[in-house]
Design a protein. Sequence first.
Length: 229
Amino acid sequence: MDWRTGGYGALLLPAPLAVAGRLVALAVQPAFWQAAGMSLGRIFAGFALGAVLGTAAAVATAALAPADWVLTPAVKVVRAVPVASFIVLVLLWSPTTGLVPAIVSALMVLPVLWGNVGKGIAQTDGKLLELTRAYRFGRGKTLRLIYVPSVLPYFASGCATALGLAWKAGVAAEVLCLPRLAIGTRLYRAKITMETPDLFAWTVTVVVLSFVLERAMGALFRRMGGEKA
């Protein structure tokens, strides 16, 4: 018997048509879109929180020596801790499982944005800063005209990298914490019930949604003129 088409082979690696059929069957169910929407909402909320916190931490470390002394080691620790450890710890401390994917996603995003935005601040043209002092620009004007254009390409690049990390970490967190409506929960249930076509169908869904998010974010930053050459 061909291992790809029957027996245990079909259980371990279902035929592409079987996976496609299950994906179509799932896509017509409201629960499919509810699970996908909830996962997107949780993970994107975590991504946004991590981006804000990472940017704020980068600005603070660049502007204030005490903040640099406190935040830089803390962010490096966050960067070094494995994702699985964060998921277990947040699951232990969080009052509800629905918050775990968002928090874990934020923790994955924060160090990436901190590093990229910090690099963008450090690479700001010193001659332009001298010019702002010569013309007595206020802080707000200097920020808007000098720092934002300098940092935006690095911010965009960091967001593109961090989004993929947030998405994978968020789905992994869902697999462990099992929120009621989530892609990760559906992946786990497909695994324990040995519904391999469903497992592959949900995996395809994760990949497709990841591509869609990355394309959407890339288009957004291109419109803002922030794509790095």
